[in-house]
Design a protein around this ligand. Structure first.
Ligand code: C2O
Ligand code: CU
Length: 429
């Protein structure tokens, strides 16, 4: 039951007062409001003419089916592993589920072997755009498409006229949106708005921009932006694993708007409409200053715990392999000490990176709010994130409330880096 790093290595001895993950379940009983069964297979798939890959499919397609729920629904997803030989799990990326539903093979559950199935159940508390993917040999299974989108809408619906999913994935290095290459038409009437839910499932950052109209960034990693302002001539950079929701108004008069992913585009407009493609803008939206400030529900300046998460490199052994490896606070996986927290704590973390490479850092089970980058304070809408791009030489001050007991990974979502050991854990004592 190896997880991301090959060796689970996190055989967490239960400390006094630590609850077993299997007890960290909220509402598993009752009739689910949304029930989906998803069968995983390994097979050859033709993504586009001339692009046939060996992939993992979910109910016969990759990306797999989109799971849609309304806030408050009890969601049940049954994973049936037909032929994924290393086993598979579903991790709900960015969704703050109870620990036992987190889907980390070797940590919160055993991997689901061929012929086995596993039911996940959780209450859809947060609204927004999320995704699910296998958390077993992720650097191989996620790359080969064992993934899909999870969308939770408010019960009263969304403010936009159309709800458009734009999950992007690289298959054999080729950019796709919703599993398609090139221009993907989406019919939206002239003058109407669409909420375009962008999901970056790759290991690297993805610039997204809009041609033919201005747009707004209305949500980041599932959290609504307070008072978003119109963006023109700038892209938005979506980190590995990250999501942004864009509000795009289709021009009146019959033309389309293009949401550009670099190699693939969504063309939003009346049937048969088009718009001229544009090149990637040089400028991008800085989320540190985008939108308007709003109060937090806690005081990040009086934290109960403070941690450093300093990413570097040093020689040593990881999983028995000698080399120069990623280190956290000078330690190598799996000897990286856990970040111990207590339930209810306000936790402040300084993430810094002197490793020479970029790391998109992903914390499970929680969202962090960005307080500052390189000592410059955030001045925009509270920037809540679960997937934060940290470039070499950068440092971020972030804070979160420890309100979801369990053991949670905090790792790099450039999945080969995670496989190489850029993994730490947050653990409730
Ligand atoms: Cu999206 Cu630990 O993963
Ligand atoms: Cu990394």
């Amino acid at each position: 039951t190896s997880h991301l790093a090959g060796a689970s290595g996190v055989g967490t001895p239960a400390k006094a007062g630590t609850r077993d993950v299997t007890t960290l379940v909220e509402r598993r009983q009752g009739t689910p409001d949304v029930a989906v069964t998803i069968t995983a297979r390994q097979q050859r798939v033709t993504i586009a003419p001339g692009l046939t890959v060996t992939a993992y499919t979910l109910n016969g397609t990759t990306p797999g089916p989109t799971i849609r729920a309304r806030q408050g629904d009890l969601v049940q997803v049954t994973l049936v592993n037909e032929s994924v030989k290393d086993g598979a799990t579903f991790h709900w990326h960015g969704y703050d589920v109870p620990n036992a539903e987190d889907g980390v093979a070797g940590v919160t559950q055993d991997t689901v072997k061929p012929g086995q199935s596993h039911a996940y159940r959780f209450v859809a508390k947060q609204t927004g755009t999320y995704w699910y993917h296998s958390h077993q040999v992720s650097h191989e299974q996620v790359v080969r498409g064992l993934l899909g989108a999870l969308v939770v809408t408010p019960r009263e619906g969304i403010a936009e006229d159309a709800d458009v999913l734009a999950l992007s994935h690289l298959y054999a290095g080729k950019r796709t949106v919703q599993g398609k290459t090139g221009d993907v038409p989406v019919v939206v009437p002239s003058g109407r708005t669409a909420r375009v839910r962008v999901v970056n499932t790759d290991s690297g950052i993805m610039p997204v921009w809009v041609s033919g109209t201005a747009y707004e960034v209305v949500a980041v990693d599932g959290t609504e932006v307070n008072e978003p302002t119109p963006v023109e001539g700038r892209s938005v950079l979506v980190p590995a694993g990250g999501r942004v929701d864009l509000r795009v108004r289709v021009p009146s008069g019959g033309a389309a708007a293009r949401v550009e992913f670099g190699g693939a585009a969504l063309v939003l407009g009346p049937a048969g409409s088009s718009a001229t493609a544009t090149r990637a803008p040089r400028e991008s939206v800085d989320l540190l200053s985008y939108g308007s400030p709003a109060p937090l529900r806690f005081d990040p300046d009086t934290p109960d715990r403070r941690f450093e998460y300093a990413i570097g490199r040093r020689p040593g052994f990881v999983n028995g392999r000698p080399g120069v490896h990623w280190s956290v606070n000078g330690k190598l996986y799996p000897k990286i000490p856990m970040f111990m927290v207590g339930e209810g704590d306000v936790v402040r973390v300084r993430i810094s990176n002197s490793s020479g490479e970029t790391h998109p850092m992903h914390l499970h089970g929680h969202h962090v709010v960005v307080l500052a980058r390189d000592g410059v304070k955030a001045t925009g809408s509270p920037w809540w994130t679960d997937s934060l791009e940290v470039r070499s030489g950068e440092s971020f001050d972030v804070a979160f409330v420890a309100d979801n007991p369990g053991i949670w990974m905090d790792h790099c979502h450039n999945l080969p880096h995670a496989q190489e050991g850029l993994i730490a854990h947050v653990m409730y004592e």
